[in-house]
Design a protein around this ligand. Sequence first.
Ligand SMILES: Nc1nc2c(c(=O)[nH]1)N[C@@H](CN(C=O)c1ccc(C(=O)N[C@@H](CCC(=O)O)C(=O)O)cc1)CN2
Ligand SMILES: NCC(=O)N[C@@H]1O[C@H](COP(=O)([O-])[O-])[C@@H](O)[C@H]1O
Length: 203
Amino acid sequence: MINIAVFVSGRGSNFRAISEKVSADKIKIVALVSNRIDCPAVEYAKMNDIPVYFAAEEAKGEFISYDDLIEVLKSRGVELIVLAGFLKKIPDRFVDTFENMIINIHPALLPAFGGKGMYGLNVHKAVFESSAKVSGATIHFVDKIYDNGKIIMQKCVDISDVKSPEEIAERVLKIEHEILPYVVEKFAEGKISIQNNRVIITE
Ligand SMILES: Nc1nc2c(c(=O)[nH]1)N[C@@H](CN(C=O)c1ccc(C(=O)N[C@@H](CCC(=O)O)C(=O)O)cc1)CN2
Ligand SMILES: NCC(=O)N[C@@H]1O[C@H](COP(=O)([O-])[O-])[C@@H](O)[C@H]1O
């Protein structure tokens, strides 16, 4: 079993998918981290006795600093950090400390439609405006640049008949809720590795 931390900024449906779909004998969610005090993901964590931490660049009020958060996560033996709708840049020192231990889910087929400003519905609006016939979700390692890390898994979905960005969002979210719990479980089983600079998933 591995200890994981999940970082969120809002609704938390991917966080819930991990919590509800990955078996308790494979992972323990020892921390929910958010940059927002009042969000549904935090309510879900509190209802399920998952420790909640609010983090920001500087400690203030209920917020701890990223530097203090590093020590908290180390003390909790965190082996995997999952960014699930987290909308802030993870600082370089954080990326260095947890090298190849941070993953992110992005609601598009990277490297397309990624980078600064590309989050939430903004992504699906850009995809819709591009007239793309396919979209999907990407899970990647987190490095010091937005949406730039090694890709772990992608799954696509047909959007040739959609009438709005919201329809794309709905179809992609279903994909996210499938592949993120799968990837987290593979991490817990020790079946994801980097060999010759390529990500290998062992079935
Ligand atoms: N060091 C990294 N940090 C983060 C990454 C990453 O790959 N490396 N991924 C993002 C998640 N993400 C896309 O998957 C993403 C999130 C947010 C933004 C963005 O432009 N944010 C705005 C601020 C939005 C807000 O405060 O509400 C900004 O930076 O101006 C882009 C991509 C998580 N962190
Ligand atoms: N670039 C980052 C980004 O856009 N992340 C996206 O935010 C949503 C969070 O939903 P959730 O809070 O219900 O999991 C998800 O669609 C996730 O891919």
